[in-house]
Every structure is written in structure tokens, then in C-alpha cells.
Design a binder for this molecule. Structure first.
Ligand code: ADP
Ligand code: MG
Length: 494
């Protein structure tokens, strides 16, 4: 999170920096923060005020930059009058508050992504205002706004490798994507086909390739298109008698990214055209990146020669994210929204929404919205309501993996050690507690539990169970700890 005003200095209010050296808006803002600090709790202060950047103070107007649209709405709803009050107090006269949303601002200043757009109405293939050519940055006349409007066939600048969380589930696909992006046309990964279920990050990853290519070389012709858009454009080109132009347009790119190729199914003519486009690009050594919802060989309604082309490069899958990755994604996305969620809320969502990253994101947004609209604190209760409304009900069982995670995290030990051979006392204790809780909270057999803890014998599990039970009856600290962990885990499934 962007926190320009960190506390911890010698200033009694905790503000650092020499005020005299600051420019007007910063100086005013620093004074405002001192006043705000006494009026809101520390968590709100960190979440909603530290990320704000003062931009301008002029003609009775004070402009601040906020990290996201959501952040802006939140501030408007919750803190607008407080802000006006402190600003008026510090400046000494009435003031109008104005906002800039950081990400959008950055996009529009960059002039929008330099992607290509085919339009049957455009004067010709690769018309200058739509193409990035000859080392010149593309001049998208409407800047980022136009690119956003044309979202179906342009790159979304927000989908980058930097904000793509890697985990075991997507490691291979991500590495392949990065290799392709780094050495355009230079790998044997041609085509690169990324496949996987809905909401698992395929579109994000293929956009990231395109964005990365453009970041390194803006003269590259990057074309992102969904298979639906390709089909619609093709049909329209037929109707308008512009098939030759259509084909030319697609054949002059350096990298062609086609998302969701499963939608080509059953569209013979489109497939034919795509086949020829594919071949030409391939022969020219141009990169092709495709995504689909299942392994190419299982795609139905696609003709054999196309399928065999699709399988001639590298196929990489994205799997549903594991618990750790889900937690990492929630941390990152909440920070992007300028919010710091309580740990137990993050964990609760991650434990319950397991199969789809889009759903994970949706849950977070609806949590923030509900909290804002209903003036409710973001806590487990609210999270439970939101999760229930998304997946119908919260889960009623828990896995060994989750128990290990919660125990290790609570005790601050690395998760792999609980399954390792180590006999260090603190690890042994954690392992025994986790085994005890697994026996208590799951239906797993002693044998299965042993297997999950580094292939240990069932007698080890019995011993662990008894040791923990004994120590709980004699040691109140241990009893307390086990109860705390148990209720934390139970809470997550209630
Ligand atoms: P798909 O194309 O597989 O249906 P998307 O790429 O549209 O999925 O992903 C859905 C949402 O989840 C997007 O907002 C995307 O940014 C986000 N997302 C998916 N995977 C990740 C990841 N590994 N890290 C961060 N965000 C992700
Ligand atoms: Mg997609």
C-alpha cells in the first residue's frame, strides 16, 4: 500500500518530515492528517488516510489522489464531511475537495495501450490511429478511454505479470508465458496454448504477455482478440466484402493472442480463415498465443487440422489455486483497493471460495461494498454473509491442509516443517497439535492423518493425540492454545 505518511518519527503525533520544506498541498495535508488522527481509529487512519496523496491546492480547491475507484467511493461516503471540516480548518476558508483515481490517471497519461484494433469500418488494414507502428507509440485518439471501450479486443493494462500471483497451480503456465513474452517468436512454444477452467486467470495471463511485449518494445504489433470478436469481425467483413483486408490485418501482427478458442467450435468458415492466418503467422515466425477452457485435444467442434496445429507448440494448464495462493490473491487485491482486511476474514474467504479466482475477487468487492453501504465493520460475521450469498452456503468440512496451515501460521513456523522429519520441540508440539485437531475435526482415519504428516505411522498419530490430551489436562496454556486453534478452525466452517 502506498503510505507516504508513515508514523514513527519524533513528532508527538507521529508525523515525519520537515514541514517547512514541503510544498503547499503536502503541508496542508500533513496538518489535516494530524487533525484526522485524533478523530478516527488507527486502523481506519492507516487504511483510508495514509494512502492518500495530496496533489494540488489552488483557487479554493484541494485535489487528492486515491488508489482506486472503490477507495474514492468509500471516502466520499464515510469521510467526506470530516475531510472538508479539517481542510477548512487548516486552510482557513471554504474548500472544494477533488479526487483523482491513481490507476486511471496513470493509464490515460500513458495514452492507453498500444494495441491494434480491427474495424470493418476502418479505412484500411493497420490504420495509423489504431496500430503501433514504426517505433512510434500508438496514438489512440481517445487515449485509455477508447482502449477501455474497445476492451473486447485490446489489452487491459491492469493485467500484468507484476500483479499475477504465482502459485503451484499456475507456475508452469506463467513461466511459459513469461518466456514467450521475453523472447517473442524465439521460443519453440509456438503456439502457446493456455487452458483451464473459468476464472482461473487465463485471460489475465495472455494479456500480461501482450503488455509485457509492449513494455519492452512499443513498436511491436500486439493483437489481442477473443475468438468471438474474431468471428464477429470475420462475418462482418464478409458482409461488407472486405475479407482480404480482414485477413491482411490479422497477418501483419508480431503476436496474435486469441482468447477462448473453444468458441470457434462449429464455425467452419471462421476456422478456415483462422487456419490460414495461423499458418502464415507461424511461417513468418510470429508468435501465437491461444487460450481455451479445456486441453486442445478435448475441444469439440474444431476441425482436425486446426487441432493438430494447436497442439504443435506448448500446452500449459492453470489449475484452481491452492489455499496459500488464494490467501495471497486476497491480500494483494485488498491492498490494491486500499483496504487492510483482518487476517481471519482473508482466511475465512480463502477457505470457503476455493475453485475460482474471479469469485474470490467478486467476494472481496462485495464485502467492501456491503461494509460501506450498510456501515458495517469488516469482520467474520460480514464475511460469512457475503460468502453465503456467493456460494449458497459456507463449507461444512475442513481439510488437513487447512488445519496445518492455521496451526503453523498461528505458531509462526514454516508449514513444510510440520511434515518434515525434524524433532525440534516446537515443531513436534505443533505437529502433535495439528494431528490432534485433524482427528477432532475431520473424519480422516489415523492412517490417512499419518500420511498427511510426512508419511508417519498411525501409532504416531495415536501417540500425538494422547500427548496433546494429557498436556491439555495439566497445562492451562496448552489447553488455551488448542481451544483457540479449534475455535478458529470451527469458525471458518460454520
Ligand atoms: P479466465 O480467463 O481463466 O476465466 P481471468 O483471467 O478473467 O480468468 O481471471 C479472473 C479474475 O481473476 C481477473 O480479474 C484476474 O485478474 C484475476 N486473477 C486470476 N488469476 C490471478 C492471479 N494468479 N493473480 C491475480 N489475479 C488473478
Ligand atoms: Mg477468460
Amino acid at each position: 500500500m502506498n503510505a507516504p505518511y508513515q508514523s514513527g518519527s519524533s513528532d508527538p503525533n507521529g508525523f515525519s518530515g520537515n514541514v517547512d520544506n514541503l510544498h503547499l498541498p503536502e503541508r496542508t495535508w500533513l496538518e489535516c492528517l494530524k487533525l484526522v488522527k485524533g478523530r478516527v481509529n488507527n486502523q481506519s487512519f492507516q487504511a483510508w488516510f495514509e494512502p492518500i496523496i495530496p496533489l494540488q491546492e489552488k483557487d479554493g480547491k484541494f485535489v487528492i489522489q486515491v488508489p482506486s475507484q472503490f477507495f474514492y467511493e468509500w471516502i466520499e461516503e464515510h469521510y467526506y464531511s470530516l475531510l472538508i471540516e479539517v481542510l477548512t480548518q487548516v486552510i482557513g476558508k471554504e474548500v472544494v475537495l477533488d479526487y483523482e483515481v491513481a490507476s486511471e490517471d496513470r493509464e490515460s497519461r500513458a495514452g492507453g495501450p498500444a494495441t491494434l484494433h480491427y474495424s470493418p469500418e476502418s479505412p484500411g488494414p493497420l490504420s495509423p490511429e489504431h496500430a503501433s507502428t514504426g517505433g512510434q507509440p500508438a496514438t489512440d485518439p481517445a487515449g485509455g478511454a477508447m482502449a477501455r471501450q474497445l476492451g473486447v479486443h485490446s489489452l487491459n493494462p491492469r493485467y500484468t505479470f507484476q500483479n499475477y500471483i504465482k502459485g503451484e497451480s499456475n507456475q508452469f503456465a506463467c513461466a511459459a508465458a513469461l518466456a514467450v513474452a521475453n523472447t517473442l517468436g524465439g521460443t519453440s512454444f509456438n503456439p502457446l496454448v493456455i487452458y483451464g477452467g473459468v476464472g482461473l486467470g487465463k485471460t489475465h495471463l495472455v494479456h500480461a504477455i501482450g503488455n509485457h511485449v509492449l513494455q519492452s518494445d512499443r513498436s511491436k504489433r500486439v493483437l489481442y482478440v477473443s475468438s468471438e470478436k474474431f468471428t464477429i469481425d470475420f462475418v462482418e467483413a464478409i458482409q461488407k466484402d472486405r475479407v482480404a483486408e480482414f485477413s491482411n490485418f490479422y497477418r501483419r501482427v508480431d503476436i496474435l493472442i486469441v482468447d477462448d478458442i473453444q468458441f470457434f467450435a462449429g464455425k467452419e468458415k471462421t476456422q478456415d480463415t483462422f487456419f490460414h492466418t495461423f499458418n502464415e503467422l507461424y511461417q513468418l515466425g510470429k508468435q501465437i498465443v491461444l487460450s481455451c477452457d479445456k486441453p486442445p485435444k478435448e475441444l469439440k467442434g474444431l476441425n482436425e487440422r486446426l487441432l493438430s496445429r494447436f497442439q504443435s507448440g506448448l500446452t500449459a494448464d492453470v489449475q484452481p489455486p491452492d489455499l496459500e495462493t488464494r490467501i495471497a490473491i486476497l491480500w494483494k487485491k485488498s491492498a490494491e483497493n486500499g483496504v487492510e482486511l483482518p487476517h481471519e476474514v482473508i482466511e475465512f474467504i480463502a477457505l470457503n471460495i476455493t475453485s475460482n479466482i474471479r469469485q474470490l475477487e467478486g467476494c472481496l468487492i462485495s464485502l467492501l461494498a456491503k461494509s460501506s453501504i450498510n456501515h458495517r465493520k469488516i469482520d467474520l460475521e460480514l464475511a460469512r454473509d457475503v460468502v453465503r450469498s456467493i456460494i449458497g452456503e459456507v463449507r461444512t468440512h475442513i481439510t488437513v491442509e487447512e488445519i496445518q496451515h492455521v496451526v503453523c501460521e498461528h505458531l509462526g513456523i514454516p508449514e513444510d516443517l510440520i511434515r518434515a522429519k525434524t524433532r525440534k520441540q516446537e515443531i513436534v508440539n505443533a505437529r502433535q497439535i495439528a494431528m490432534y485437531l485433524t482427528k477432532e475435526l475431520t473424519n480422516s482415519s489415523l492412517k490417512t492423518i499419518g500420511l498427511h504428516f510426512g508419511g508417519r505411522d498411525h501409532s504416531t498419530v495415536i501417540h500425538a493425540y494422547q500427548t496433546v490430551e494429557d498436556s491439555m489436562s495439566t497445562d492451562p496454556v496448552q489447553r488455551n492454545l488448542v481451544h483457540q486453534l479449534k475455535s478458529k478452525l470451527e469458525l471458518s466452517i460454520r
